[in-house]
Design a protein around this ligand. Sequence first.
Ligand code: ADP
Ligand code: MG
Length: 349
Amino acid sequence: MKNKSKTTGGKLPIKKPSSARDKANIKKNVGRSPPKPNPQKEVKKKDNKKIKTIETEKTKNIPIKKPNASNVKKEEKEDKEKLDKEKELLSSLQKANKDFIKVFVRFRPLNELENELLSDNCGWEIPKYISDTQIGIYSTKEVKDSNADIPSNLIFKYDKIFTSESQQSQIYENVGKRIVGDVMEGYNGTIFAYGQSGSGKTYTMYGPDIFDDIYKGIIPRIVEDIFNYVEKADDNVDFQFKLSVLEIYKEVMYDLLTQQSSDIKIQENPETGIVIEGLSEVYLSSIDEFFEYVDLSQSNRKVAETKLNHNSSRSHCILILEVTQSFKKEKLIKKGTLNLVDLAGSEKV
Ligand SMILES: Nc1ncnc2c1ncn2[C@@H]1O[C@H](COP(=O)(O)OP(=O)(O)O)[C@@H](O)[C@H]1O
Ligand SMILES: [Mg+2]
């Protein structure tokens, strides 16, 4: 592959590279004995009382200041400035959220049962596409007549709505593509699919066939784009890709690359943030390797389903791809992590 020269690391056996080191660091911190008392500090402690009395003496002689009009004005001005700054910060955070967190909705085609229910005019009508950004839910005449408390229509707004005719490529262009640029800029990004079982989460994230040009979902398209980026990048940049795949079922974590479930722990490290200890990582040197590991993780998910006696619709599947770029001339490193999440069904069971 052309891009091989631009990647570092190459294919390595599945290993646990950082976790052992992190474990050692954490242990070091946890086990460290409390600092020995510093003699200077002890002196201060002894003098405390004395200092206190001196302070009391001093304060005794200080005349109580009467509030003065100019002081009050100054304080009011400071309060107002503080409030304005807080408001400014809040609105910039809201703006950032608006820019960085996007919510999309995708309708999938109705299945046979749903079509039958619909023709029976059962209960509430299904949500309706109103526009590119709006969905409406209207109650049927029967429901309205039987219960006046039920609102007759509800409108919900989203960043973009896709109809049941929307193609996988269209979803990727609108939902996935922008995150590739962000990760290459060194930001972290997450895409997760939320909805009840059967709503189309796996179809959207993986697609019914990850190798099919038309039907492949967001995940294969994102990773293909990342590897295309590598091919176009200049020789000054070395790339490294690290992949982990994790399943969470009832708060138990399961490594989908090694089929291990023990020893995986979430730790909060003050330097590196949240770290999943014990989760294996593999280095990728080509897109083909990525597909091999996705395939492996999917079949391991099926094994886990049988072995741990669960249904995959009740488990979360998280694919973590870390992209590191080393700019040789500038001696600069950019690192971005992508979390691609196929969540468990949102229904209550
Ligand atoms: N946009 C779509 N177009 C055609 N079929 C779809 C679409 N979304 C989902 N499906 C089909 O609906 C069924 C349930 O989808 P799936 O992705 O498995 O749901 P979930 O992962 O949310 O449980 C599957 O048979 C899938 O092929
Ligand atoms: Mg699914």
